[in-house]
Design a protein around this ligand. Sequence first.
Ligand code: PAF
Length: 285
Amino acid sequence: MKIIHDPLEMRMESIALRNAGKKTGFVPTMGALHNGHIFLLKEAKKRNDITIMSIFVNPAQFGKNEDFNKYPRPFEEDCRIAEMNGCDILFAPAVDMIYPENYATYITVERLSEILEGAIRPDHFKGVTTIVLKLFNIVQPVEAIFGQKDIQQAIILRKMVIDLNIQITIHVLPTVREKDGLALSSRNIYLTDEERKAAPLLYKGLCWAVDAYKKGEDCSKRLEQGILNVYFQTDRFLPQYIAIVDVEKLEPVSTISSVTVIAVACKTAQSHTRLIDNVLLNGEL
Ligand code: PAF
């Protein structure tokens, strides 16, 4: 596996690969790799000649009081995991190579970036779209692969790609979970033991809703209430939102008939870790 730190070198490499007729698949990450990332990497490997992964903890997507400084950065271990799982090129730029002094250009997908996660984390998606577009320009992949766990991110990135005529296909793969249902996340390590025990309830609430929908309940209000009832079983986390929305505009639907996202977010009481999760009804991304 080749490790590249310099954006210019990465771009030259990508151009050479493209000129050699190689199809490149790209998995952007912030490192602290887990089985969810490995799943994306393996899928990229299956679908492409060359697999490129980036590791970059992007300061622009963290709020002032968020965990940028404490975000895990086990770089050596990440390199080992990436190489073992078929990564051909690992791109890991330094912050000042991506945001030099006087950096001033940001990308915003309006409206979609302001709701749900965006309402709680202002500027988060502006940071995500900016870094992903920069990475796309540097890496120039044929396709890029993201996880459904960050469903709003995936929907916003697809919108950016359409709106800006970017010739990269975005694939979104299902969420990888622990045996007890908790969605894998690099932030799960922040959970206290008690919070970790309670955390699977987040997905249990979603499973309850899927089941209720399958049995004929299509009223969003009643489904939301049912999910809340599951979450009331613990005082280890506080729900921040339960949203039942359409898959394109992320606008609330009152009765479910077409492809619908149920997205939930909560904050744990002790470690103040945010957990998000979602399920799709009537289709996939
Ligand atoms: O999903 C992530 O890990 C990040 O938001 C991404 C897409 C790598 C951008 O920093």
